[in-house]
Design a protein around this ligand. Structure first.
Ligand code: 3PY
Ligand code: MG
Length: 259
C-alpha cells in the first residue's frame, strides 16, 4: 500500500490494519502480512534488539510488496530518524511525543528542506531507482507520514496542540504506556483508556488528522474504539501473532490425538 492509498483509506473512514514487527528478520515479512490483509507494518526500534540495517531490507521488501513500512525510532534524534527514513521507511510512529514542540521537531526531522531538515542522501530507494534525486526527495516529502504517539497524561493534555502541529499526520495512542503511566496498568477495558480514546479522536478530527491505537487485545475495546473514531489499528505484534497460531495448533493436535 502506498502512503497515498493509506491516507485515502483513512480519509474515506476505512480502517487501516497493521502489525508491530519486532522479532521478524526476513525482508518477506511485509509480503506475508499483506497476504493476510494487513496494510502497514511498524518496524519497532523502540523495543527491538534488531540491528537497524534490517530496517532497510524489511522496509524495502514491504514497499515492493505493497504494504506501507513505518518505523518507530527509539528516540526523537534526527540522526536516528534520518537513518530509518532514507533507507526505506516511509513514515514514523514517534513514541512519547509530549508537547507540540516535540511534534514540530520530529515533523521537521522527517522532511527534506524547505519543509524540514532531513539530510539529503546520495539516492533514495523508496520509489525505485528511475527518479532523479530531486524528484525522489519531492515525492518523499509528499508521501512521508509522521504520526505522534500519545502515551502519557501530559501528551493527552496536549493532544489538541500536537494534532494542530503542521507536519503531524495523525495521533496514535500507546495504550499500554498510557495506562501504566496513569497508574492503571493493564486496565484496557476501563474508563481511563475510554476517555483517552475520546479525547484523542476529538483532537485529531478537529484538526483534520486521523487517530490510531495500539496495545489492547480485547474485542470490546476495539469495537468501542472504532465506533469512537480510531481508524489506524495496530492489531498485534509479530511474536504474539506467531504464538497465538502455535498455541492454536498445539491445542488442535492435542484434541486430534486424544481418544
Ligand atoms: C503502547 O501501548 O504503549 C504502545 O507503544 C503500542 O505499541
Ligand atoms: Mg508505548
Amino acid at each position: 500500500m502506498s502512503a497515498t492509498t493509506f491516507r485515502a483509506r483513512l480519509a474515506a473512514g476505512d480502517i487501516a490494519l497493521g502489525s508491530n514487527v519486532r522479532f521478524s528478520r526476513s525482508a518477506e515479512i511485509g509480503a506475508m502480512l499483506a497476504a493476510c490483509g494487513l496494510h502497514w507494518i511498524m518496524l519497532d526500534y523502540e523495543h527491538s534488539p534488531a540491528s537497524p540495517h534490517l530496517a532497510q531490507d524489511i522496509a524495502l521488501g514491504a514497499l515492493r510488496a505493497g504494504v506501507l513500512p513505518l518505523a518507530r525510532p527509539s528516540s526523537h534524534a534526527p540522526q536516528e530518524i534520518a537513518g530509518l527514513l532514507t533507507n526505506g521507511a516511509l513514515g514514523l510512529i514517534v513514541p512519547h511525543v509530549e508537547t507540540a514542540a516535540d511534534a514540530a521537531a520530529v515533523a521537521a526531522a522527517a522532511r527534506f528542506a524547505p519543509r524540514g531538515h532531513l539530510s539529503v542522501p546520495g539516492s533514495l530507494p523508496h520509489f525505485g531507482y528511475g527518479l532523479s534525486l530531486t524528484e525522489a526527495c519531492a515525492r518523499f516529502n509528499e508521501a512521508v507520514l509522521v504520526i505522534a504517539m500519545i502515551e502519557s497524561r501530559t501528551a493527552l493534555a496536549n493532544a489538541a496542540t500536537i494534532a494542530a502541529t503542521p507536519g503531524i499526520d495523525g495521533l496514535f495512542i500507546g495504550a499500554s504506556d498510557l495506562l501504566w503511566e496513569a497508574g492503571h496498568p493493564g486496565d484496557y477495558t476501563g474508563p481511563v483508556l475510554r476517555d483517552a480514546v475520546a479525547r484523542v479522536c476529538a483532537a485529531a478530527s478537529a484538526h483534520g488528522k486521523f487517530a490510531g491505537m495500539g496495545g489492547p487485545r480485547e474485542e470490546s475495546v476495539w469495537r468501542d474504539a472504532i465506533a469512537a473514531g480510531i481508524r489506524m489499528i495496530m492489531t498485534e505484534n509479530d511474536l504474539s501473532l506467531l504464538m497465538r497460531g502455535a498455541r492454536d495448533r498445539a491445542e488442535f493436535f492435542a484434541r486430534a490425538a486424544s481418544r
